[in-house]
Structure formats: C-alpha cells, structure tokens
Design a protein around this ligand. Structure first.
Ligand SMILES: Cc1ncc(COP(=O)(O)O)c(C=O)c1O
Length: 391
C-alpha cells in the first residue's frame, strides 16, 4: 500500500490530504482496501454512494447501457436522459432540468440563470447574488465566488463581482443585503462543508417570502443534502417551500458523475437556445445511472428507510453525547449528521479508521456522518460502539 501512496504523491497535484488507505472494492455498506481490510462506510464518498456499493440492479443498468450506447451529444435525443429528466422534475417539483457533470458545474449554470434573469429584466449587468457565510458551493470560479469561506476564495481573487454574504439562519442579515439589484439568494438547505448546519424553518420560509415579494430567485444547493438524505427526496420538502432553482449532484448518480439544475416558473424560462450547454451532460450512461437511482429508491422505499434509521441514529448519538464530555453538539437532518467536538476531529477519524470505520471531517472539529442511505440499525450500533471506545 505504501508503494502506491508514494507513487500517488509523486504524480497527483497535491490539493488533498488523503488518508493512507488505498481502496479497492465495495460491497453493500462496506469498503475493502487492497489487502482486504474491511471498513464500514459512514462517508459514502462524500455523500455520493447512497445505494452503497455493488447494488446489482444499479450496476446491471449501467452495464446494459454501456453495451448499447455511451454518448450522443445534446444535438440528439436519448431515451435515458428523457426518463431521467421526467423523474427528476417530478421528484423535485420542478418544471425543467439541465443535467451537468458535477455539482460545481450545476452551480455555475444556476448563477448564469440568475444573471440573465436580471439582465432580461433591467438590461444591465449589475444583478447581485446574496450567498451565506460558511457556505460551500464548489471550486470553479462562479461557485467559488458564492462560497462563504475566505480561505477558499482569497487566493483566487478577483472572484465574481456583485456577490454579497449574509448570516445563515438570520433573516435580518439577509434583508440588510437586499438592494433593487438583488437577483438571487443562494443557500444550502443543510450546510455541509461548513459544519452540518440545517436551515431553520423560519429562515427558509422567510427567504421564500422575501423572494416572492421582491421578484428574487431562490436557489437551493442540495448537492449534498438532497436525494433522500434528509428523509425527503429534497430537504426543502421538509419545510413546505419550493425554490425557483434547485441544484443537485452527488447521490443523483450514486457514483457516476452527474449534476442537475432544476428550474420552475420564471427561472425555467430564462435560458434560450445558445445560452448554455455541455458536451457530456445528459449523456446516456450518466442518465441511465440517474434512472437506476430513482428506480432503486422506489424499490427499497428509501425515504421511509432513511426516516426510520435516522430516528435510531439520533437516539444513539444523543445518548453518546450525554456520556462523552468531548462532544459539544450533535446537529443534522436525516442521515446527514455532524458531531461537533471540543477537540480537533482528525485524530478521532484516524482512530475510527484503525477500527474499520470510515467517517469524514467537516471543518476542523466536526465528525461528519454521511452513510449510504441503505445502512441498517446494526451498522449504527457498530459505529456507536466504536465511537464509545475512541471518544
Ligand atoms: C453543498 C455543495 N455544493 C457544491 C459542491 C460541489 O460539488 P462537486 O464537488 O460535485 O463539484 C459540494 C461538494 O462537496 C457541496 O457539498
């Protein structure tokens, strides 16, 4: 394993602190390294592998599509993409969708819709977007520009102009940033990289009301918290609101790189032919993955399953927090949980790895739990036992 790691460190651009584990295969909710060491996975590749690993129906759908047709371009139609669009729009309460290759690319498209919406309305380029402090929306220049963390943005300045930041879950702070040029407000329904902070009901409903009153587009980034992780297909469905634009990725493809920009109402009428595009988005293989994901969610009744296991996980974590003084707070929604510690998290994450459990950090002192959505109570017990030992 060390030899592979040495080669990797020589060959890759060094933008990651990787854990010293070379993974080889997965089965169910378990991953195996190249020596066959088994890990219970509570990270799902940062919220991607919602179906776990080697789900037969999902895998066979991909294999069948590979044998039929891999790529067409968007100059032609293909059936998997049409099916995926219909399923996505239904699940998200959207009218029109644009498929992308990643989360950050979907955010770029959402920013473009907001800017063009303003341009069409006022014939100027001064449309302002309000984003949230502590947010994360991706690494490309537009997404970075609305990411509320200075350390990510500053080395790449100047980022996009006309971006303002407000405090998450503080409606007054958002109101203070609104001007006649505000064209969009963008937030994660549950902040992921920022430390697992769910939106409050008052805040998200307040944002919806503000946007309706002032003709502002409401953009929700559900790249990490969407696709069933919250116990609803999209996390905003827990709060009785629907955004004008929803951005999805990660578990939408369960391992095949995809993203989506869902739009409704005025937001779905902004882009005209030539305004946007992609070579690979809506590719038949990527689309077949999306179709297989929606089918698997139905087959496994994923939403009910998530709700049941999440209640169990909540109880176990609350009990743990009562016993372990190092735990500062437990936060989250559904199967997206943060264990905030009074201490740096990485040491504990490495200890868990030694015990055969994968969890991931969020910021410096939060252990982030993003398990495959198919985990069972027995797997929660395994995690809690290990946490009891190492905390
Ligand atoms: C909330 C959120 N938005 C955007 C992104 C960027 O997605 P991607 O890494 O697919 O570009 C991420 C990735 O972690 C995310 O969690």
């Amino acid at each position: 394993m060390n030899q592979w790691i040495e080669i990797a460190e020589q060959e890759f651009v060094p933008v990651y602190h990787r854990y010293p584990v070379v993974l080889e295969r997965g089965e169910g909710v378990f991953l195996y390294n190249i020596y066959g060491k088994k890990y219970l996975d509570f990270g799902s590749g940062i919220g991607v592998c919602a179906l776990g690993y080697h789900d037969m129906a999902y895998t066979n759908s991909l294999k069948n599509q590979i044998d039929k047709l891999l790529h067409t371009s968007n100059l032609f139609y293909n059936v998997p993409a049409i099916q995926a669009a219909k399923q996505f729009n239904e699940a998200a309460n959207m009218e029109k969708v644009f498929f992308t290759n990643s989360g950050t690319e979907a955010i770029e498209g959402a920013i473009k819709i907001a800017k063009k919406y303003h341009y069409d309305k006022y014939n100027n380029h001064f449309g302002e977007i309000i984003a949230m402090h502590r947010s994360f929306h991706g690494r490309t220049m537009g997404a970075l520009s609305i990411t509320g963390k200075d350390a990510y943005r500053n080395p790449f300045a100047p980022t996009l102009p006309y971006i303002k930041f407000a405090e998450f879950n503080d409606l007054e702070s958002v109101k203070k940033q609104i001007t006649t040029n505000t064209c969009a407000i963008c937030l994660e329904t549950v902040q992921g990289e920022g430390g697992i902070y769910p939106v409050s009901k008052d805040f998200i409903q307040g944002i919806r009301k503000l946007c309706d009153e002032k003709g502002i587009l409401m953009i929700l980034d559900e790249i990490q918290c969407g696709m069933g992780r919250s116990g609803r297909m999209f996390a905003y469905q827990n709060f009785g609101v629907t955004p004008d634009i929803v951005v999805s990725a990660k578990a939408l493809g369960c391992g095949i790189p995809v993203g989506a920009i869902g739009t409704r109402g005025i937001a779905s009428k902004v882009f005209k032919p030539g305004d946007h595009g992609t070579t690979y988005g809506s590719n038949p293989l990527a689309a077949a993955a999306i179709v297989a994901v929606f089918e698997a969610y139905q087959k496994y009744d994923i939403l009910n399953h998530v709700n049941k296991v999440a209640i169990y996980l909540d109880h176990q974590l609350e009990d743990l927090a009562r016993k372990k003084k190092v735990i500062k707070q437990i936060r989250g929604l559904g199967l997206m949980k943060g264990i905030e510690l009074f201490d740096a998290a990485n040491h504990y994450i490495e200890k868990l790895q030694e015990l055969g459990i994968i969890v991931i950090p969020s910021g410096n002192n939060v252990i982030r739990l993003l398990p495959p959505l198919v985990i069972k109570e027995e797997h929660v017990d395994m995690l809690i036992q290990a946490l009891k030992r190492i905390l």
